[in-house]
Write a protein that binds this ligand. Structure first.
Ligand code: BGC
Ligand code: NOJ
Length: 813
């Protein structure tokens, strides 16, 4: 194997990934902010900020998919004599004497050194604040006095990121700013319907500023050589329309050895309707002044940073494992949980692969994200469940997406994805098992956000199940609708017109026989959960009704969903098999293997074991399991988008990391620990990090959505990092099925499934008002807990009954 260049390494003690070369194979980013105010930041300080919604409240501008890569960000220019440089290397790209970027838990620290000056910037969003702090420390490490000229730079986006890109004829005339001392205010459209503005402040006296981009940069220059910086002379420009920016100019003198801190603050403010102005056309700055006053010294900022770190300490103390395998421990204890928080916050909206304007929160996506996050901050998960359910329709169907700011369903995409309803059960059950809070089932939740339409959340779960039952096809299997989990299996689309969207087009669906085995498996898994929940809350009739539906589905799968060596994937519009040995291409698909093995359909007849073996035989490769095999080599009118992708990419035989865990869980339920582990390690970032930094291309500390499969031009190349259901599924798989710590209504079930090489390990788990220290002795077994000792006493079975307080548990396999 070719030796791969390394761009960084893990620092587990600080919970950081340390990037040592700014020219990573793709921008390696981080997220700042935990609620409301968010930023994306690359390892060269590129990226942008927004409030709640990356589409409707974009604060700073970013240029996606551009040349050069990663354009737009918070840039500090340091002019030292004739040399101009940036601590994060970009945009000037002046070679640095030292460069380092440390991505940590909701913060990033970028340090550059040039000609005896060190500039280190700590970026973070303080808890509960609507602002990004940028604490810049300049240090003179040389023997001479340094006279530096410092320019800051942010470019305002005119709020709606979509119209900012589309309707600039209007925006070129709307931009407005105010300048007060060391604060630059961005107040575009504030006079009309808007009640919000943003500001960029520094806690030092400034010797100049700029707010007009053209004046500062020069029309035909680049961020790499702005006129004002190159000449070392700000223009004190005042933007009227065109493209407003914010740049402070500060002259800094540093004695040998001396260092100085500057706190820059990018803030967002909303005012009450009747308190908008302090004078005609002058914005009321009171709230901005207050926000600034809380963060205007190094001390205050350091305290805010300590609080952020303490917040993450607490979150990451809820589930902690010690196995002695660093690569496993760092993913479980740090990065996987961190990525789960990020996907919970953003769903699939804002990353370096998603522009933030296209998709809001996904119905199925956010329900799955919940499962990776619910142990961290249950009240936020609770609210999310209510928000999601509020976008459901009275027949149980749902909007596929909704906007985080308005919480309204997204009409552009609409509904009709027939797997969507089931995920509400998946998310809700996870929440109740974690918290024991059954009261959520009694919450009154509207349909399509219409006041007056409220029914209980339990009723929403019921109609979700019914939506599947009411939409069965000729084999009594679920009708697929526009698509199931696989957005690209569009069996009712029938499109020859490249201008039609695969997602929203149903040229023919009347009389369809298109059925999904993925939904069938999902229905059985969530149906069993629903039945158990009904029994738990005393709804025995409903439990019996649904058990019958689940049993019928199991029978339908056994009868019409088995192909001999694996589960079929679907039936097409005409009732022909998809994912069958009879097909020319795509004979086997992963989704139905995952869901039907998780549902354990036909396990007694050996179906599960055969399906899992087929995954190994036909889907597995060096980098994980591909989605289908063989790949489609041509577009199939009856199948839609899936067959539009080149072989080995995306839904056409890419390694969709998201659904590898489904098969891994199937393996765990079947007790095949060696296989479960080897599948898991293949897509575990820390194992990939060690071998393939260049090939993998995207961030090595988080999972990406898709890794090019065995049929691709460059197998192993990753794409679409960060915002993927893979995060939650990796977490669910390792925490509950591999390490075997499974929250349940009455306690914690201990049921690991491990490779036979596993050694004794310990999990610290906070659970409701209890704290467990659980040590597991595998003794070479892959599955099966023989005995559990709770606080010195043996217990029956594998569930530790919940009781508040501290407990010590020993489990022997
Ligand atoms: C992609 C999917 C994605 C969908 C929705 C498709 O083009 O391949 O992965 O979920 O679009 O935006
Ligand atoms: C990405 C989407 O966000 C998710 O909802 C979907 O299931 C997968 N793509 C597979 O198509």
């Amino acid at each position: 194997m070719e030796q791969q260049k390394r761009y960084g390494h893990f620092d587990d003690q600080h919970r950081e990934y340390v990037i040592t070369d700014p020219q990573t194979p793709w921008p390696w980013i981080n997220y700042l902010g935990n609620e409301d105010f968010f930023s994306l930041i690359s390892n060269t300080a590129g990226g942008y900020s927004f409030y709640k919604d990356a589409k409707f409240r974009r604060i700073t501008r970013y240029r996606y998919n551009n040349v050069p890569m990663d354009n737009g960000g918070r840039y500090f220019y340091i002019k030292d004599g004739e040399t101009v440089w940036n601590p994060g290397w970009k945009p000037c790209k002046t070679p640095l004497d030292f460069y380092e970027c440390r991505h940590g838990m909701s913060y990033t620290r970028i340090t550059g050194r040039k000609n005896g000056v060190e500039a280190s910037v700590l970026f973070f969003v303080p808890l509960k604040k609507w602002a990004e702090v940028q604490k810049l420390t300049l240090k003179n490490e040389s023997q001479e006095v340094k006279q530096l000229k410092l320019f800051s730079f942010e470019e305002w986006c005119l709020w709606n990121a979509a119209t900012d890109m589309e309707n600039f004829q209007r925006n070129f005339s709307t931009g407005e700013v105010e300048i007060e001392g060391s604060t630059i205010y961005h107040k575009t459209e504030y006079r009309e319907r808007r009640n919000h503005y943003a500001f960029y402040h520094v806690n030092a006296e400034i010797q100049g500023f700029d707010t007009d981009r053209e004046t500062f940069v020069g029309l035909y220059n680049e961020f790499a050589n702005p006129d004002a910086v190159m000449e070392g002379r700000p223009r004190n420009s005042h933007a009227h329309g065109w493209s407003p920016i914010a740049s402070h100019y500060i002259e800094v003198t540093l004695q040998p050895g001396e260092s100085k801190d500057f706190v820059f603050l990018l803030g967002y403010i909303e005012n009450e309707q009747d308190e908008k102005f302090e004078a005609p056309q002058v914005i009321n700055k009171k709230k901005a002044h207050d926000l600034i006053a809380g963060l205007d010294t190094t001390d205050k900022v350091d305290r805010a940073f300590d609080m952020l770190c303490a917040y993450w300490d607490a979150l990451l103390n809820i589930y902690k494992v010690r196995t002695g395998n660093d690569k496993l421990d760092r993913m479980v204890n740090i990065w996987n949980q961190y990525q789960c928080m990020v996907t919970f916050n953003f769903s699939r909206s804002a990353s370096f692969f998603e522009s933030g304007v296209g998709r809001g929160m996904g119905f199925r996506d956010s329900n799955q994200d919940l499962v990776g996050f619910v142990h961290q901050i249950p009240p936020r998960a609770r609210q999310r469940i209510i928000d999601i359910a509020s976008t459901q329709f009275p027949d149980g169907g749902c909007y596929h997406q909704y906007q985080p700011l308005t919480k309204r369903g997204n009409n552009d995409i609409g509904g009709g994805f027939n797997d969507d309803p089931c995920w509400l059960i998946f998310g809700t059950v996870a929440y109740i098992k974690e918290t024991g809070d059954f009261s959520i089932l009694d919450e009154m939740v509207p349909f399509d956000n219409q006041p007056g339409s409220e029914v209980t959340l339990f009723e929403h779960l019921k109609i979700s199940m019914d939506h599947v039952i009411n939409n069965l096809g000729p084999h009594m299997l679920p009708l697929i609708g526009r698509a199931d989990w696989n957005d690209c299996l569009n069996l009712n689309c029938f499109s020859w017109d490249p201008n039609e969207s695969f997602q929203t087009t149903e040229n023919v669906s009347e009389g369809t026989k298109a059925e999904s085995l993925m939904i069938a498996g999902l229905f059985v898994v969530t149906g069993k959960d629903y039945v158990a929940l009904c029994k738990k809350i005393g709804k025995t009739d409903e439990a019996a009704r649904m058990q019958a539906a689940v049993d019928a589905m199991i029978e339908a799968v056994k009868k019409h969903g088995w192909d001999g060596e694996w589960y079929l994937r679907a039936y097409d519009f005409y009732g022909r098999k998809i994912g069958s040995n009879e097909c020319d291409e795509a004979k086997i698909f992963i989704e139905s293997q995952g869901w039907c093995t998780m549902a354990e359909i036909g396990a007694e007849d050996g179906l599960v074991a055969k399906s899992l073996d087929s995954c190994k035989k036909y889907l597995e490769c060096e980098h994980g399991m591909v989605l289908n095999n063989p790949a489609f080599t041509k577009y199939i009118y009856e199948y839609g988008e899936i067959s539009s992708y080149p072989e080995g990419y995306k839904e056409n035989a890419g390694i969709f990391c998201h659904n590898n865990p489904w098969v891994i869980i199937g393996e765990c339920l079947a007790g095949r620990g060696n296989d479960a582990w080897s599948h898991y390690a293949k897509i575990l970032p820390s194992y990939v990090e060690e071998k393939y930094q260049t090939l993998h291309k995207v961030e090595p500390y988080v999972n990406c959505q898709m890794v090019a499969g065995k049929d691709a031009f460059r197998p192993g190349e990753g794409k679409n990092s960060w915002l993927t259901g893979t995060a939650a599924w990796m977490w669910y798989t390792v925490s509950e099925f591999i390490l075997g710590i499974k929250p349940d209504y009455d306690g914690i079930r201990i049921d690991p499934c491990l490779p036979e090489t596993a050694k004794t390990y310990t999990v610290q788990r906070k659970f409701r008002e209890a704290e467990y220290e659980i040590t597991i002795h595998p003794n070479g077994a892959q599955k099966g807990v023989k005995q559990i000792i709770l606080d010195g006493q043996p217990i029956d079975g594998t569930v530790i009954p919940y009781s508040p307080g501290k407990h010590v548990v020993e489990a022997t396999m």
